[in-house]
Design a protein around this ligand. Structure first.
Ligand code: SER
Length: 320
C-alpha cells in the first residue's frame, strides 16, 4: 500500500486507522472520507478529507479518480444494535455501500479491505473455539450483512481478481472514539463510567462471554493483513480475530484492581442480549496467526490499565 482511501473515517475504527496509516504512509497519502465534516479540533483535519456518502457511487469514483489511491479501506457501516432498529436502512448502507466500494475497487484496480465481525456467526455456530470455516446462520440484520459481505468480497476476488481482504473483528475497545450502536459497547462504556462515577449498569447480562480486542491490536492487524503477501492467504475474507474473551463480572474484577470500590449492576437490554447470545463465546484465531502473523499484545488486564489511563487523560483534558 502506498496511497490509501478510507471510508467511514470518523467512525470508531476509522478515526484511529486514519491516524496510524498517516504515520506509516505519510499524511498526504491517506485520504479520509465520511458522510459528515470532522469536528473543528479533529486531528483528521490535518490531512486530506472529503465528504462522501458511500451510497453515492458516482461521487466515490470521482474521489478515487482524483486522489488515485492504490488501496481502499471501506469502514462505513451501521453497527449491530442500530442495524436491528432499522434493518432496511442497514441493508442500504451496509450492503449498498459495500457493493459500491467493491465496484470502485474493481474499476480502479484497488487493493481492498473491509471488516466483517463475530456478528457473522449465529446461534447454530459452535460456541467455543469457533473455526474460521464453520456454520454461519446469523439472526441479526447486521449478521446477515456481514456474512453477505464476506461472500461478496470472495466473489469479487474469484470473479474479477480484486485483491479483497477481510477479518472478523470482535468487540473493539478504545478510549479515543466511543462506539455507537454496538452490542459489545458495554465493554467500552464500563471504563468511562468507572472513571466518571465509580459504577456502571450493564445492558449485557452476567455470564455472557464475547470476544473482544484493544483497538491498537485491531489497527495493527488491518495493516499487517494488507501488507501480507497475497499467495500466503488461504482464508482471504474469513479471518477470525480476537484478543480475549470475557463476561461482565471479569471486566469488573479487572477494573477493581485499580478502583477497588467500583460497582457493577445490571439492567439487561433484551435486543442487545439476544444478539450477544447468538454470537460465539470465544473464536479460534489460529488461521490469522498462521497465515499472516496476527499477534495481539493486549490481554484483559493490560487493556484495563491502558483504558483507565486513557479515559482519565481524556476527562482531564475535557475539564481544562
Ligand atoms: N462491535 C460490533 C457490534 O457490537 C461487533 O462487530 O455491533
Amino acid at each position: 500500500m502506498k496511497r490509501i482511501m478510507i471510508t467511514g473515517a470518523l467512525g470508531q475504527i476509522g478515526t484511529e486507522l486514519v491516524l496510524k496509516c498517516r504515520e506509516i504512509y505519510g499524511t498526504e497519502n491517506v485520504l479520509a472520507t465520511d458522510i459528515r465534516e470532522p469536528e473543528a479540533d479533529s486531528p483528521i483535519k490535518e490531512g486530506p478529507f472529503e465528504i462522501l456518502d458511500v451510497t453515492d457511487i458516482e461521487r466515490m469514483k470521482e474521489i478515487v479518480s482524483e486522489f488515485k489511491p492504490d488501496a481502499m479501506m471501506h469502514m462505513a457501516a451501521l453497527l449491530s444494535a442500530t442495524a436491528e432498529k432499522n434493518p432496511q436502512l442497514a441493508w442500504n448502507i451496509n450492503m449498498g455501500g459495500l457493493v459500491n466500494a467493491l465496484e470502485t475497487a474493481r474499476e480502479y484496480d484497488l487493493q481492498f479491505f473491509t471488516p466483517s465481525s463475530i456478528g457473522a456467526f449465529g446461534p447454530t455456530t459452535p460456541k467455543k473455539d469457533t473455526p474460521a470455516l464453520t456454520i454461519q446462520r446469523p439472526t441479526s440484520m447486521y449478521g446477515v450483512n456481514k456474512v453477505s459481505g464476506e461472500l461478496l468480497c470472495e466473489y469479487y476476488h474469484t470473479k474479477f481478481g480484486v485483491d479483497t481482504r477481510s477479518v472478523r473483528f470482535p468487540g473493539l475497545i478504545s478510549y479515543v472514539k466511543e462506539p455507537g450502536g454496538g452490542t459489545t459497547d458495554y465493554a467500552v462504556e464500563i471504563y468511562f463510567e468507572a472513571v466518571r462515577k465509580g459504577e456502571y449498569t450493564s445492558f449485557i447480562d452476567k455470564g455472557t462471554y464475547m470476544d473482544m480486542m484493544f483497538m491498537d491490536d485491531a489497527i495493527d492487524a488491518i495493516i499487517k493483513l494488507m501488507e501480507a503477501p497475497e499467495d500466503e492467504l488461504k482464508h482471504r475474507c474469513a479471518f477470525n480475530l480476537s484478543g480475549m474473551s470475557f463476561e461482565p463480572e471479569e471486566i469488573a474484577a479487572s477494573i477493581q484492581k485499580h478502583i477497588p470500590d467500583f460497582k457493577l449492576s445490571y439492567d439487561v437490554d433484551p435486543v442487545r442480549q439476544g444478539i450477544a447470545d447468538s454470537w460465539p463465546d470465544a473464536i479460534d484465531t489460529s488461521c490469522s496467526r498462521d497465515e499472516w502473523g496476527f499477534a495481539p499484545k493486549y490481554d484483559l488486564d493490560k487493556m484495563t490499565e491502558a483504558m483507565l489511563n486513557g479515559v482519565r487523560e481524556k476527562e482531564a483534558a475535557a475539564q481544562k
